[in-house]
Design a protein around this ligand. Structure first.
Ligand code: 2NE
Length: 270
């Protein structure tokens, strides 16, 4: 399988194969822990994923066979956030989470090893998680001076239930891929050597389905949980579909032609 580079970055790889974009955190030496540079680059790549018509499904993974992502890079954790090359502390992984959540295309976490701390949250916010048998899951925040009380807690609880979510955060234990599957936060577990094939098969299956239907389903599933921000996305999709109607076109045309719009000409479905 030949992945073609989409854009060059310092700390991630961004590649395309057959309509599937793959974002790989490329910091194997640090178990793919992210710095502000990593997350800024991920945000840029996710923006491109949203814009490009030839990208249908996005896969998020980590380099090598040991880690998906070990969370924030503790070497650059300062007061107030992870300190970038500009000396400013940030927690911009939260922007990455929101982008994954609102991307109108399926995002698959391809978990190839440790998904720990902020790395665990990244797999949680993806639409689907396919894991290799060697993958390990867990939060460490309360042990290392951190926590994620946003999607990393509330959406996790929607996936595994409140008792399990509290256990994961309060106990800071690691769970095997099979345990994560049984808890409901992993869709499938496969041998490591089959991981990418499996993910590509899932992506190709989804690509045979209506992109707009998948987009609306994702927006609807989010809207139920995400309050006004979720409703805004679903409503934005409704507006986009409305703009495609002759009735909406008539409103704009009438304004430009300085006449009364003839909305009565268009069908009203019961
Ligand atoms: C991931 C884990 C369990 C892997 O263990 P192991 O034994 O396979 O590897 P090892 O030896 O611990 O790690 C290999 C190298 O990677 C570095 C290590 O320091 C080590 O470096 P050297 O000793 O060889 O120099 N490394 C691993 N994770 C790192 C990290 N996060 N930052 C910087 N360097 C890291 C094990 O490594 C582990 O438990 N890692 C720490 C996981 C962790 O606590 N992450 C931060 C949680 S907080 C967070 O991510 C967060 C949040 O809670 C809320 C919002 C945003 C972020």
């Amino acid at each position: 399988r030949e992945w073609k580079p989409i854009k060059e970055y310092k700390e991630i790889l961004f590649e395309l194969y057959n309509g599937i974009a793959k974002i790989t955190i490329n910091r194997e030496r640090y178990r793919n822990a992210f710095t502000p540079t990593t997350t800024t680059e991920m945000s840029d790549a996710l923006y491109i994923c949203r814009e490009r018509q030839d990208i249908n499904v996005v896969v998020l993974t980590g380099a090598g066979d040991k880690a998906f992502c070990a969370g924030g890079d503790m070497n650059v954790k300062g007061r107030g956030g992870y300190v970038g090359t500009d000396g400013v502390p940030r927690l911009n992984v939260l922007d990455v989470q929101k982008q994954i959540r609102s991307l109108p295309k399926p995002v698959i976490a391809m978990v190839n090893g440790y998904a720990i701390g902020g790395g665990h949250v990244l797999h949680v916010v993806c639409d689907l998680t396919i894991a290799s048998e060697n993958a390990r899951f867990g939060q460490t925040g309360p042990r290392v001076g951190s926590f994620d009380a946003g999607f990393g807690s509330s959406y996790l609880a929607r996936c595994v239930g409140q008792k399990r979510a509290r256990e994961i955060w309060f106990m800071c234990r690691q769970y095997t891929a099979q345990e994560a599957y049984e808890m409901g936060m992993v869709n499938k577990v496969v041998p490591l050597e089959r991981l990418e094939d499996e993910v590509v098969e899932w992506a190709e299956t989804m690509m045979q389905h209506s992109p707009l239907a998948l987009r609306m389903i994702k927006a609807g599933l989010n809207a139920e949980l995400d309050g006004q921000a979720g409703i805004q996305e679903l409503a934005g999709d409704a507006t986009m579909l409305y703009y495609l109607t002759d009735e909406a076109q008539e409103g704009g045309k009438a304004f430009l032609e300085k006449r009364r719009p003839r909305f009565e000409d268009y069908p009203k479905f019961p």
